[in-house]
Write a protein that binds this ligand. Structure first.
Ligand code: HEC
Length: 173
């Protein structure tokens, strides 16, 4: 009986020793508590949320139709050639003949005095004449461009029809 008890004790001790030994050899890792990695991934998420929540930049666009068109005016000077080219930015509102467009609230300008057109464009570029539509369009034009435009527009044949007058009278200007 005593022998059996000793034998069992020895077996139990051996098993215990084995179990303890195997515990000791388990790899120890604290990956789960890697603070650096946790902070990094948190920052990534934060950045993503910030990007998604960032307000989109507002872009105000003025529609400017630029297209080639046959000249209405005899382009017999370099100034008129330049003016015709520049006027492509204007026809969507003021019309090829400078006849204007009511839907755009753009006045007729064809056949107007060149000095008047030049003054209006200069004032609108400087901002002393305020118009939300015209002001930004003139930003990219220099004084020479404005002179060229004025020369071209003043020669446009369009004229406000006078009531009762024959159509030819309006066209011949
Ligand atoms: C998007 C439409 C638009 C475009 C493009 C545009 N204009 Fe205008 N333009 C207007 C409007 C609207 C007015 C009226 C301004 C006001 O009410 O003060 C105006 C006014 C003017 C006037 C003043 C007329 C007057 O009797 O006092 C001139 C000159 C003129 N534009 C020339 C041009 C020229 C030259 C270009 C091209 C470089 C051009 N515009 C392009 C809309 C436009």
């Amino acid at each position: 009986m005593t022998r059996l008890i000793v034998f069992l004790s020895v077996i139990t001790a051996l098993v215990l020793a084995l179990v303890l030994f195997s515990y000791k050899s388990l790899p120890v890792s604290n990956d789960k508590f890697n603070l650096h990695a946790t902070t990094e991934s948190y920052e990534k998420q934060e950045h993503l949320v910030e990007t998604l929540l960032a307000p989109k930049e507002k872009v105000v666009e003025v529609e400017v139709e630029v297209k080639e068109y046959a000249p209405v005016v005899d382009l017999n000077t370099p100034q008129l050639v330049a003016g015709h080219k520049l006027f492509t930015q204007c026809i969507s509102c003021h019309g090829k003949g400078g006849e204007g467009k009511t839907s755009q609230k753009a006045p007729f300008i064809g056949g107007q005095f060149d000095w008047y057109i030049e003054k209006q464009l200069t004032d609108m570029k400087a901002g002393t004449r305020v118009n939300a539509v015209m002001n930004p369009i003139l930003k990219g034009l220099n004084p020479q461009d404005i002179k060229d435009l004025a020369a071209y527009v003043s020669r446009l044949p369009w004229k406000k029809p006078v009531e009762g007058a024959p159509a030819e009278a309006a066209a011949a200007h």
